[in-house]
Unconditional design. Sequence first.
Length: 374
Amino acid sequence: MLDVTLIVLCAGNSTRFDKSCKKQWLRVGKEPLWLNVTNRLNSFSNFYQTIVVSHKDELNYMQNFNDDYIYVEGGISRQESIKNALKVVKSKYVMISDVARACIPELVVKELLQNKSKADCIVPVLDVSDTVIYENNTINRDEVKLIQTPQLSVTQILNNALNTSIEFTDESSAIKNSGHQVFYIKGDISSKKLTFGDDIKQIPCLKEPSGLFFTGTGFDIHAFEDNKEMFLGGIKLPYEYGFKAHSDGDVLIHSLIDALLGAAGAGDIGEFFPDTDDTYKGIDSKILLEKIVNFIYSVGYEIVNIDLTIIAQKPKINPFKNDIKSSISKLLNLPKQFINIKATTAEKLGFIGRAEGVAVQSIANLKYYNWMEK
Ligand SMILES: Nc1ccn([C@@H]2O[C@H](COP(=O)(O)OP(=O)(O)OP(=O)(O)O)[C@@H](O)[C@H]2O)c(=O)n1
Ligand SMILES: C[C@](O)(CO)[C@H](O)COP(=O)(O)O
C-alpha cells in the first residue's frame, strides 16, 4: 500500500463548459466521468485512500455510486476543495488531480510516484510549441511551461502552503510561494483539461455514453383544505379550496419530481426539500420542479417523456388538462408531445372517492446526455 492518498477534484461548476451537463457528470458508457477517471487512476497504483471531492449539491447523489471511495464536500474554489479534502488525509504524500483531466496516461502517474522524494511537489508540465506573447510582447517560449495534474505533494507542506489568503490555481504555485521545492516531469497532451465545450473533441480516451433509458415513478396524495388556493401542475384552479401541505400543495408537481428523481436514482423530494425546513413553507412548487430539472440535466440526463395520472373525484380536471400540459412543458423545457396527462375518478371508492383529496401517479423516462452528438 502506497503512502500516497489520491484526491480527485470534482466539485466545480463547469461555468466555462457551455453544456447543460457538468463536466464531472458526462457519461462514459454507463459511468459518470468522475467515477471513470477515479477508477482509471486507481488502476495505475494501490493508493492509501482515494478521496472524491464533490459539489455540495451532488454529494448525497455521488456517494451512491461507489463505496470504495471517501467523499468530501468541495468548497467555493478549487483551493478550498483541496483544503477540505486534506482534512481527512492521513498519508505522507497526496496526489491531486482534476477530474477535468480525464485521459492522464499511466506513465505520467508512474513517473510522479517514482520521483516523489525528489522535491516537495512533483508536477507534470508541457513545453510550448507556439510563439508566446505576454502583454503584447513576444517572450522566449523555451522558458514557458504549461502545468498539468496530477501533482504529488508532501501532505504537510501542502497543508501549510495553503494556509494563506492567496488563491493559487494549483498546488505547485502555493508550495513554491511557501519557499519549498518543486520538481517537474514530462507531462502529456492526453492530460488536456476539459474546460470549454469544444475541448470535448480533444479528449481521446472517452467512449460514448450508453443509449440506455431510465424509468422512474412518482406517487403523491394531498388532502383538500378550505380557504386555500389550489395549484395543480403549476396552474391555479378556480376553486375555493386547495391542498393541505407544507408547500403550495401542488400534488402533481410533487409526484412528477419523485418520478424524475426516481429515474435518475437520486432519491425523493423529501431528501431535496424537507417539509421540516421553513425555507419551503408555502413555496411555489414550480420553483422546486425547476431546481430538480436543473439538477437532472446537470448530472448528465435528458428527459425523454412523462406520463401523469390524476386520480380525483373532484375537481373536474379535463377543462384544465391542456393548460396543465402547457405549464409542465414549459417547466421541463420539453415539447408537449412528450407529456401525457390522464385523469380518472375513484368511482366514489375510498378517500379519493369521498372527495377528501387527490392522488397523482407519475412516470418519467430519462436518457444520458449524449455529448458525442452535440
Ligand atoms: N470549487 C471547485 C472548483 C473546481 N474544482 C475542480 O477543479 C478542477 C479544475 O477546475 P476547472 O476546470 O476550472 O473546473 P470548473 O471549476 O468546474 O470550471 P469553471 O471554472 O469553468 O467553472 C475541476 O476538476 C473541478 O471539478 C473543485 O473541485 N472545486
Ligand atoms: C490545476 C490546473 O489544472 C493546472 O493547470 C489548473 O490551474 C486548473 O485551473 P482551473 O481554472 O481551476 O481549471
